[in-house]
Design a protein around this ligand. Structure first.
Ligand code: ADP
Ligand code: MG
Length: 608
């Protein structure tokens, strides 16, 4: 099966099912779009069109920030500099070489893409906090560069740019530009929505809560962050291209740090994590700015950029009282987005099963040192196919650390770990996950505002290949349908299929643990590692979990279980390893462990 091949059947398999208010919401959304499209044909004043043009230009930049900041959780204060690159590239190349704006658009995109990739690659390797700082520095540096290069006209900039032509039409007028600008906004919003509903989109949405979970699902988070940063920069660059040909002139002022901050304010005002919030935020803040620029100098009795102060106040008030921005209030009237799973999609490829009894996971003398503390001290254990191994011990014994050494979250200080004969210690968590080891987390890690179904589909990330471009263009529907179908099947197995459209964060803790198990199953693992899966589960839920785990064992999966609930462990496991103070003190069948003197001493304080 070609993963990104488009087929109408596949497209039909994943359609947005109508939500509860779909009828009136659809109508409202449709009416708004029609109204917006007809605006330049209506006898409205030119001023209104001009204003709408600027709103569209800002919305493109803010849309990039929605993806970058609102959804991926990365902050940039340098978006205006990317707008500047797009604008200056087209200004310089059309004026100097006489190239068509349609060619210089791509020159600008190329220059923007390369610089964003460089900044992203350098800063992401350091740590999250370097990106905002680096983008501020970048923004200031570029502003002075634009202002001091002779060829770019210094602070006066470049003027007399040609207008954009299309098949012999001149798009120089503000009404023609309105069409081009808002077509760009509509296409970009469509692409962004497509992206968010796809394999790479789910991974992007998982970045917000830290990288550990996404890496465990096989996501190369550093690379993905750079990709999102580049995408956001490219949207800014398109805005710059349009801006240059709308104004027919460029100068450094609109590309400075202050402009970048305004984009961030528009983002927060509109609603950080919503595509629609980009348009809403830029509309409201542009109208507000225009009003304030007239009103405030009258109030203060002198000229000045007083609106910047009001913007700052608005930002503080929003963050305090409406951190979600305005969109959630408005979005209530729009159709609810709901992902439907229609059966009949092709199944994802499965791992070849391993014969029961074959050693899947072998841990040999692993050690982990934290400064002076030897948290894990030479532990050995083996998990075979068709076997549930329990890892128990008092708090602080080193169980979670052992877990992290096996899953690649931490590199061991010594010893070896083998998965199906391959040495995996020291490898990245995402590689280990691809080799067939899936896990859950002691502290549940789900994307709270993503549906249960999509959270589980994240588990199938490494079983399919869909790039960002295919996702944006919606050429991934067949494989997307297959991934969602797989997620639904995993949810059915853990008994949560009825809740699949609910946001994961709205579930009870016990149910969230089951969602994590479903997500792990979606990885099609050979070995499953569960860190305290029964914690927070009610008695009947524990019972159901025990049934599920023994079924998985019977199918040949190897399971390593860290668990405090002794009754649960004793009933379910085939073999138990007991750790105390980083050391393995005993191992054997549950009955042996229950009467083992060293274990009784460790748990009860003294041998009976
Ligand atoms: P368990 O899961 O069995 O309760 P852990 O593996 O979490 O135990 O912890 C084992 C020991 O290692 C504890 O003493 C804990 O304080 C210490 N420890 C765990 N992680 C770290 C870390 N990242 N840095 C320093 N010490 C740690
Ligand atoms: Mg622990």
């Amino acid at each position: 099966m070609k993963p990104d091949s488009f087929s109408p059947a596949g497209a039909a398999a994943v359609a947005a099912a109508p939500g509860p208010r779909a009828g009136s919401g659809r109508l409202l959304a449709g009416a708004l779009v029609l109204l917006a499209a007809a605006l330049p044909l209506a006898p409205v004043p030119d001023l209104l069109i001009t204003q709408a043009n600027y709103v569209g230009l800002y919305a493109l930049v803010v849309l990039g920030l929605v993806l970058l900041t609102g959804i991926a959780g990365l902050t940039s204060f340098g978006q205006a500099a990317f707008v500047g690159i797009g604008a200056y590239a087209t200004a310089y190349c059309t004026l100097t070489f006489g190239w068509s704006p349609w060619i210089t658009l791509f020159v600008g995109l190329g220059a923007t893409g390369v610089s964003a990739w460089l900044i992203g690659t350098i800063t992401m390797r350091m740590s999250g906090h370097y990106l905002p700082l680096a983008t501020i520095a970048w923004s200031i540096a570029l502003y002075y560069l634009f202002g001091s290069v002779e060829a770019l006209g210094k602070y006066d900039g470049l003027s007399d740019l040609p207008s954009i032509g299309l098949f012999g039409w001149d798009l120089g007028g503000s009404r023609a530009m309105y069409a081009l600008i808002w077509l760009s906004v509509a296409l970009s919003a469509w692409g962004a929505l497509n992206l968010l509903d796809s394999r790479p989109g789910r991974a992007i949405r998982a970045l917000h809560g830290g990288v550990q979970m996404a890496e465990a699902m096989g996501v190369d988070t550093a690379r993905l962050k750079v990709t999102v940063f580049v995408l956001a920069a490219l949207l800014a660059s398109v805005s710059g291209w349009l801006f240059a040909h709308l104004q027919r002139a460029v100068n450094p002022t609109p590309f400075g740090l202050e402009a970048s901050l305004k984009y961030v304010i528009m983002l927060v005002a509109g609603g950080m994590s919503h595509v629609g919030g980009a348009v809403l935020g830029s509309s409201v803040m542009t109208l507000l700015q225009d009003q304030l620029q007239v009103l405030l100098p009258r109030v203060f009795g002198s000229a000045g950029n007083f609106e910047v102060i009001v913007f700052g106040l608005v930002l503080v008030l929003l963050l305090r009282f409406a951190p979600g921005g305005m969109w959630p209030g408005l979005g209530r009237w729009l159709p609810a987005r709901r992902i439907a799973v229609v059966p009949g999609a092709p199944a994802l490829a499965r791992r070849t099963p391993v014969p029961a009894g074959e050693a899947l996971l072998q841990v040999r003398g692993v050690q982990k040192r934290f400064g002076g503390l030897l948290a894990v001290d030479g532990v050995d254990l083996t998990v075979k196919a068709g076997e549930i191994v329990g890892l128990i011990g008092p708090n602080g014994a080193g169980k979670s650390t052992t877990f992290n050494l096996v899953t690649g979250v931490l590199p061991p200080s010594g010893g070896e770990v083998h998965l199906r004969g391959l040495r995996i210690d020291g490898r990245a968590a995402r590689e280990i996950s691809r080799l067939g080891l899936a896990r859950t987390f002691q502290h549940v890690k789900l994307v709270a505002d993503m549906s249960v179904l999509e959270n589980v589909a994240l588990g199938a990330y490494q079983r399919a290949r869909v790039g960002v471009v295919a996702a944006v263009l919606r050429r991934d529907r067949r494989i997307e349908a297959a991934m969602l179908q797989e997620a639904e099947r995993a949810l059915r197995r853990v008994g949560l299929a009825e809740l699949m459209h609910r946001p994961a964060g709205s579930l009870a803790l016990g149910q969230q643990r089951l969602v994590e198990i479903a997500r792990a199953l979606c990885c099609d693992p050979a070995v499953l590692l569960l860190d305290e899966p029964a914690a927070g589960l009610r008695a009947f839920e524990k019972q159901a979990l025990a049934v599920l785990l023994s079924e998985l064992r019977d199918e040949g999966m190897g399971i390593l279980l860290v668990e405090h609930d002794m009754e649960f462990v004793m009933k379910l496991t085939d073999h138990i390893v007991v750790m105390v103070f980083g050391r393995k003190i005993a191992e054997g069948a549950p009955l042996v462990i229950q009467t083992h003197p060293a274990v009784l001493e460790a748990y009860l304080g003294a041998a009976p």
